[in-house]
Design a protein. Structure first.
Length: 326
């Protein structure tokens, strides 16, 4: 790199980065395997804030000259500006091994450490805030431990839950875009292959299959030898994470009522209305709805049996659509 350093000093590049970039590009057209030219052009890219181009040139310099400390420095600086602090830290550490006398490496490594620590603190704070907002609870039967996480409007692909004998690990992408994590070290072993979960409209419900029909005094921790088996008197006395006894039958009813009264919009609201009409209707209303829907190919839904019972219901597509027989 000595030739490039003499022709294109850092001070020369800093005076006019664009001019230096153009001259270095011309020099590489004449000598395309010069690691020094690539390294110094990477520096010009950094000064022009073209950090992706700087990374490419620095990588090319390292391909041609693997022990080029200056190329490691250029690459690390560009990665730092791209906010890839982990990669930058690794690159700069490698370069420092080649040139420990250059204090510039230490300065940039310290910058990376500062930003990595800040990122970890921000993630930890966000997770703590999210955890305090999202509520979960649990209860048990003789055969299962049931855990509910109360989050509404989730899709199945938003939820990833893994069961193992003594652990539960849940990762849930909530509607706001944040990730909620629930990692539990279970008190007693479970049958992981028989444990399941469901994504409902108001919650995620996890059913952990017990290996033994014993009462769990708590959800997490290390099991002791004083195990208590279920008795007829204790079937409905479920320990939970709360400090008071819950009426779980009442809670289930409340959740169902909440799901029932949940305000829907668009097609979901219309479907719910039709379901309610059908459920509350007389036998004639139900026959009318079934006959009109089937004969019209789903384009007509009538509750008037005296009308639809006398004739075949014709297909009536919306005005802007055309009915086709497949």
């Amino acid at each position: 790199m000595a030739g490039a350093s003499q022709l294109f000093l850092d001070t020369y590049i800093a005076e006019d980065p664009q001019r230096a970039l153009e001259e270095l590009t011309k020099a590489l057209e004449q000598k395309s395997n010069d690691a020094g030219y690539y390294c110094q052009r990477a520096y010009a890219h950094i000064l022009l804030q073209k950090y992706n181009d700087a990374v490419k040139d620095a990588k090319k310099a390292l391909e041609l000259q693997p022990n080029c400390a200056a190329a490691f420095l250029r690459k690390g600086m560009a990665e730092y500006h791209l906010k890839d602090y982990t990669a930058a830290h690794q690159t700069l550490t490698e370069g420092q091994k080649l040139d420990s006398a250059d204090t510039t490496f230490g300065i940039w490594i310290a910058k990376c450490d500062e930003n990595l620590n800040r990122q970890q603190t921000d993630v930890s704070t966000q997770q703590q805030t999210l955890t305090s907002k999202v509520k979960y609870d649990w209860y048990q039967t003789e055969a299962q431990v049931i855990i509910t996480v109360m989050i509404k409007n989730l899709q199945k692909n938003d939820v990833n839950i893994k069961f193992s004998e003594k652990e539960l690990n849940a990762l849930i992408r909530i509607p706001s875009g944040e990730d909620y994590r629930l990692n539990l070290l279970l008190l007693h072993p479970i049958a992981a292959d028989q444990s399941t979960y469901k994504v409902l409209s108001t919650k995620v419900e996890m059913k952990l299959k017990k290996q033994e029909a014993i009462r769990w005094e708590k959800l997490e921790g290390h099991g002791d030898l004083n195990l208590k088996h279920f008795t007829s008197d204790s079937m409905h006395m479920y320990p939970s994470s709360s400090h008071y006894t819950r009426n779980w039958d009442k809670l289930v009813v409340e959740i169902k009522e909440e799901e029932k009264s949940e305000k829907l919009e668009g097609d979901a609201a219309l479907n719910q209305l039709f379901q309610q009409i059908y459920a509350d209707g007389t036998d004639e209303v139900k026959r009318a709805m079934n006959k009109s829907f089937m004969e019209s190919g789903g384009t007509v839904l009538s509750t008037n049996w005296s009308d639809v019972g006398k004739k075949k219901v014709e297909v009536k597509p919306p005005d802007d659509m055309e009915w086709k027989q497949f």
